[in-house]
Design a protein around this ligand. Structure first.
Ligand code: SF4
Length: 217
């Protein structure tokens, strides 16, 4: 499970809509992220944990193993990422989880996940990419507000937090580009976790996807 590079925005970011400090930062941040990745080695434990997931007897156990794999994958990058304890920018952005992850969080918190008003099923789409795109289209414009599990600026379900939260790492030196600006997305040099995301979705055939806020309104 290698260190794959930085997630590129799907289209060239329109920097002209951003404040001047962010416009200046983006090319510098992208260069910093690439330089950091070039100096890192992958964590072999991540691949071993993915293999353990593949041997697991059911989807629930596969997801738990893959969450551990995600933590191992992220470990070398955490030391150089901008992400720090107490930072909660990502907890104010859309957080897509599966029904199975909602059940794991439900078990950890004693809360019963709701039936989301709007969700996407993987098997209603021909490809993973189409399902992910359909889920992204369900998101309301603008920022959705804090995750229901954010308490005093910290994650209250850290051990059970979903895959989405384990895989998001800003490889810049600080959180300037994580700033939430209404009306325009800000490009962030996230570590590219595309391979693990795909394995995780394939491990849950027919999974229901929705925002964490829709499972726990
Ligand atoms: S589950 Fe935890 S880490 Fe993930 S968005 Fe919610 S509060 Fe943040």
């Amino acid at each position: 499970m290698g260190v794959e590079g930085v997630t590129a925005p799907s289209t060239a970011p329109d920097l002209s809509l951003l404040p001047a400090d962010l416009q200046e930062r983006w090319p510098l941040a992208a260069e910093r992220a690439s330089r950091k990745l070039a100096g890192l080695s992958e964590n072999p434990a991540a691949w071993r944990l993915v293999q353990a997931a593949q041997r697991a007897p059911n989807a629930r156990q596969r997801v738990v193993w893959l969450q551990r794999a995600a933590d191992a994958w992220a470990a070398p990058m955490r030391a150089v990422a901008a992400c720090k304890a107490g930072c909660s920018h990502c907890c104010h952005t859309p957080v897509t989880i599966t029904r199975l992850e909602a059940d794991l969080i439900g078990r950890a918190t004693g809360r019963t996940p709701a039936s989301p008003a709007r969700s996407v099923r993987l098997d209603d789409h021909e490809t993973l990419a189409a399902a992910i795109e359909a889920q992204a289209e369900l998101q309301e414009p603008g920022w959705p507000g804090p995750c229901p599990f954010l308490a005093d600026g910290r994650c209250s379900v850290y051990a059970a937090r979903p895959m989405a939260c384990r895989l998001l790492l800003n490889l810049d030196d600080d959180d300037l580009l994580c700033r939430l600006i209404e009306g325009t997305p800000v490009p962030v040099p996230y570590a590219n976790a595309g391979q693990l995301r795909a394995v995780y979705l394939l491990a849950q055939p027919g999974a229901e996807l929705a925002d964490i806020r829709a499972f726990f309104p």
